[in-house]
Design a binder for this molecule. Sequence first.
Ligand code: 57M
Length: 359
Amino acid sequence: MLYYLLYPLHTTFSVFNVFRYITFRTVLAILSALIISFFLTPYVIRKCHEWKIKSEKREDVPERHVEKQGTPTMGGFVILIATIIPTLLWSDLKNSYIWIVTFALLSFGVIGFIDDIKKLRSQRNGKGISGRTKLFLQVLFALLICAFLYSGSGFITELTIPFFKNITPHLGVFYIILGVFIIVGASNGVNLTDGLDGLAIGPVLTVCSTFMLFAYIAGNVKFAQYLQIFYVKGAGELTILCGAMIGAGIGFLWYNTYPAELFMGDTGSLSLGASLATIAVIIKQEILLVIVGGIFVMETLSVIIQVLSFKWRGKRVFRMAPIHHHFELKGWNEGKIVVRFWIISIILALIALSTLKLR
Ligand code: 57M
């Protein structure tokens, strides 16, 4: 909105020309998201305590988590506000990709919000909406997102295979299935990861920073051609949305770092995962998400392996899944697990960046 107000002034004052640049508006989006999340979060924490919006009581948690019970869980709500408002202020609202990712944030945020509220109301060991209903809603919204993208003119249904730039299989209508799988998978992957202070938001920030750069390159015909990635007209505006998400995420991390004053809840985890995957689908970096979001993949795989192993062999592979609980039960300190997972995530982001040049 401010973009529309300020940029036209360049005809009178040339200094306003600067609002034309995506890079400048991204910096403004990062800063405004940071300010919103820094100042809104303490207010939300106070209100959560006042209205008793706190994490559920569970008996099946590792010992150290008992003291965390009662931590407010509406952090996701602040992340959503602090991402969406700066995006609407600084991006070009005629750009359909901005609205699609905003829809992903809001629709998955609503699923998470209903789940969080149900968990709060339920005294029965924090039961939220049933897994089946949650999955149905996730698939439904992901399908809407992918079908809309697919029906748009010029949407590329070729797949980018990192390190193999000349192999780009055409998926045609099957692209929708892949897109749905990636969006639902990422949403649940972030949700499973969100079990220690700062554990989920750290890798979310590295994925988002990587995609901020990729969105900028994909939206610039010269850079895209030079680096041989798909040029996606209009994708550059997503740089601003990624910037807002980074600002909102850093602001949230300020309060979520150990000992957390606030959790993001399903409102945050489901919406962040789904929106990052939607960005990946738009900028044609679906497989790259698996690399850069490797922490989410590892957490999800640990659960799948644990469940299958228990079913088939009657034995557990990990002391407890998702895998961060395994390390906790081995006696690792929470800070050590979180920082080591962040380090892995940064290394994965560097590997993802290397795909721009290596093939
Ligand atoms: C929700 N929720 C956190 C907080 C956060 C299939 C199975 C693997 C599912 C899985 C599950 O339910 N996962 C999704 C995980 C919870 O955090 C809340 O949930 C939101 C995210 N959705 O924002 O609102 C707790 O996590 C801790 N936490 C922090 N810091 C944070 O910043 O410390 C969260 C955020 C919080 C807090 O203690 O209360 C959670 O872990 O419950 N289930 C499991 O993860 C269970 N694993 C399990 O049963 N493993 C089995 C099999 C089935 C794979 C096995 O290994 O044998 C564990 N869940 C819990 N305790 N609570 C088991 C131990």
